[in-house]
Design a protein around this ligand. Structure first.
Ligand code: PLP
Length: 350
């Protein structure tokens, strides 16, 4: 939903998005660098992300569902992109899947059988479970011939602990490497953003970063290398003076220690600005730091604007949303911070 006059906007930095993809591409070594754009491009808007990354040279994109694939089908055709649907094919997906330019990522023997019967020999991807025990067929099933004769474009696996220094990373990498040459797959792909940062042994032929493209730093190895992409801004609905001893918001969680200038913003937990920011979030305007006070409401948030004497009804403030810091402030993951951003934001690319 786009509304040019919405009182809430998400400013999106095209140059930062592209720079982050280039950082991931460089860290991918010889591997091609794709992009995970599921969950509507992690909340930024998948179409805007795909258009920009395709122009920068990214060819391989990943969504979760066929509805997400359908929303990108015209872009995939126009730019000759590769699009993979991570959740594979249920029986009720087959109609959409057969007609789609996207390929399913087959996760179960049932999905493999379904695609063999109805896919007409069309290409697919296969997810192999190398220890995460989430999605994927087992290594034993692959070795026993489950995938024989299937036209596989990309053999994939997914790391459980890439954001940590864990022995599971090397165990999964080695297990996956052991499948080289055992299927018809043209390419192999293992690493998400944090996996890319583990080093070139994890790149294989294709990497699949998501969160780092959008400003996330999921592991220490990426700290300081990734630029913020999404900048929420909210309009001031009302400015008021709260007298010393007066309380602000639901449950009177904040009481003014002295007469305090307060602004009420058009932003709340229904927009994805969750209650973890109550008393911990920050905003800014004209260089002044403006702390969130009291409880975040469904559609409204109060900030102390004592440091911004000129800030008036109708003015805009920028919400502090650098993902590592906002995650620490709110207790939400960097992923949740982005994917929760609602459709009342007017998404504006610059
Ligand atoms: C979401 C996802 C990715 C991207 O992960 P990030 O941690 O956001 O980089 C890559 N591969 C698969 C299978 C995924 O589900």
């Amino acid at each position: 939903m786009t509304n040019a006059s919405a009182p809430l906007r998400l400013n999106l930095d095209s140059a930062a998005l592209i720079a982050n993809w280039r950082v991931m591409a460089a860290m991918s070594g010889g591997a091609a660098c794709g992009a995970a754009v599921k969950a509507d491009g992690y909340g930024l808007g998948a179409r805007g992300v795909v258009e920009r990354l395709a122009a920068a040279g990214c060819r391989d994109f990943f969504v979760a569902t066929w509805a997400e694939a359908a929303a990108l089908a015209d872009l995939v055709a126009a730019h000759d992109l590769s699009l993979s649907v991570l959740h594979g094919v249920r029986p009720e997906d087959m109609g959409a899947a057969i007609d789609s330019p996207a390929r399913p990522v087959l996760n179960t023997p049932g999905q493999v059988a379904r695609w063999r019967e109805a896919g007409g020999g069309r290409g697919c991807e296969v997810m192999v479970d190398t220890g995460m025990h989430r999605l994927g067929v087992s290594i034993e099933e692959v070795v026993a011939g489950l995938l024989d004769g299937l036209a596989i474009e990309t053999l994939m696996s997914h790391l459980a602990c890439a954001d940590e220094d864990s022995p599971m990373n090397e165990a999964q990498r080695a297990a996956f490497a052991g499948l080289a040459g055992r299927t018809s797959a043209r390419r192999m792909s293992l690493a998400n953003s944090a996996g890319v940062a583990l080093g070139q042994g994890y790149g294989f032929d294709l990497t699949r970063p998501g969160i780092a493209l959008y400003g996330g730093e999921p592991s220490a190895a990426l700290a300081g290398r990734i630029a913020q992409v999404a900048f929420p801004q909210a309009q001031v609905l009302q400015r008021r003076r709260v007298p010393a001893g007066g309380a602000v918001g639901y449950n009177a969680m904040w009481t003014a220690p002295r007469d305090t200038e307060v602004a009420i913003l058009n932003l709340g937990y229904a927009d994805g600005y969750l209650r973890g920011f109550s008393g911990t979030g920050m905003a800014s305007a004209g260089g002044a730091a403006l702390p969130v006070i009291g409880r975040v409401s469904m559609d409204l948030t109060a900030i102390d604007v004592s440091a911004a004497p000129g800030l008036a009804e109708g003015d805009w403030v920028t919400i502090d949303y650098a993902l590592p810091a906002a995650s620490a402030a709110s207790g939400l993951s960097q992923y949740e911070l982005l994917t929760g951003l609602g459709d009342r934001f007017d998404r504006v690319w610059a």
